[in-house]
Design a protein around this ligand. Structure first.
Ligand code: FPP
Length: 250
């Protein structure tokens, strides 16, 4: 069978966000639409990651952060939680060598202490193997919550004995799981939902939010391109005013 041709997508006229963060939402609804169990939606979502990682490399995005499992997701049925753990382990088993060969540097955001020893070891191995790679930094937020991350940073700052007068935004940022990385420019949430859901709540202070209508397994390279085009139409003011605005001095 002939392979589907990749549509040429030209970003040369656009500013490409350095850091894109994605709330991969809609796996359950994707599965329900097909009368499949929810876990089939998560499996399709994991497969979609490969397409999006490739598209990020193609578009020259430097950092991709994906929200794979939140601190709140422990409240889901045991079978689904276990299924998500298994999917993460399988992604690492099956994709790690290719990701490494592609120059992907894997980071973990969150607390791995709550997950099995086996999964912890796989994650540690992936971080160690890929730590010097430079094509794309892939942050996998797993057992991650923005408030928990801020608390974790605050505790570390206190235990390091940082004096209140020395505490700046830059220093605080360096204690977050994303320390040393640029803040996200663009946060995409698939499936049309408009919530922040405890994702990068410090780092995304000045990010542009983009709700994509597609469920995550259907959010592909072309949808990512559209999100970048939409990002380019935003007027990022960082609390300032647009040049030339309100010039009527009378
Ligand atoms: C939200 O959709 C999605 C999740 C909670 C899990 C996302 C996980 C993956 C895409 C695969 C795992 C990848 C790695 C690397 C571990 P939902 O289940 O809330 O969808 P719904 O709102 O339609 O029910």
């Amino acid at each position: 069978m002939a392979r589907k041709q990749k549509k040429p997508l030209d970003l040369s006229a656009y500013a490409v966000p350095r850091h894109v963060a994605i709330i991969m939402d809609g796996n359950g609804r994707w599965a329900r639409k097909r009368k499949l169990p929810r876990i089939a939606g998560h499996r399709a979502g994991a497969e979609n990651l490969r397409r999006i990682i490739n598209a990020c490399v193609e578009f020259d995005i430097q950092v991709l952060t994906i929200y794979a499992f939140s601190t709140e997701n422990w409240g889901r049925p045991e079978r689904e939680v276990q299924g998500l753990m298994n999917i993460f382990a399988r992604v690492l088993d099956q994709e790690l060598d290719d990701l490494h060969a592609q120059g992907i540097c894997i980071h973990h955001l969150g607390d791995m202490s709550g997950v099995s020893q086996n999964l912890q070891e796989k994650v540690m191995h992936a971080l160690e193997l890929t730590k010097d790679n430079q094509t794309l930094t892939l942050n996998i937020a797993f057992n991650y919550g923005g408030r928990a991350e801020i608390l974790h940073a605050a505790r570390a700052i206190l235990s390091d004995g940082v004096s209140p007068d020395d505490l700046t935004e830059e220093l605080f940022s360096s204690y977050l799981f994303t320390g040393g990385l640029p803040d996200p420019d663009l946060v995409i949430r698939t499936s049309g939902e408009l919530r922040v859901s405890n994702f990068l709540i410090w780092q995304a202070a000045y990010a542009e939010y983009y709700p994509a209508p597609a469920y995550w397994p259907d959010f592909g390279r072309e949808e990512l391109f559209e999100a970048i085009v939409a990002f380019n139409k935003r007027d990022r003011r960082y609390g300032l005013v647009t040049e030339g605005a309100d010039t009527n001095t009378s």
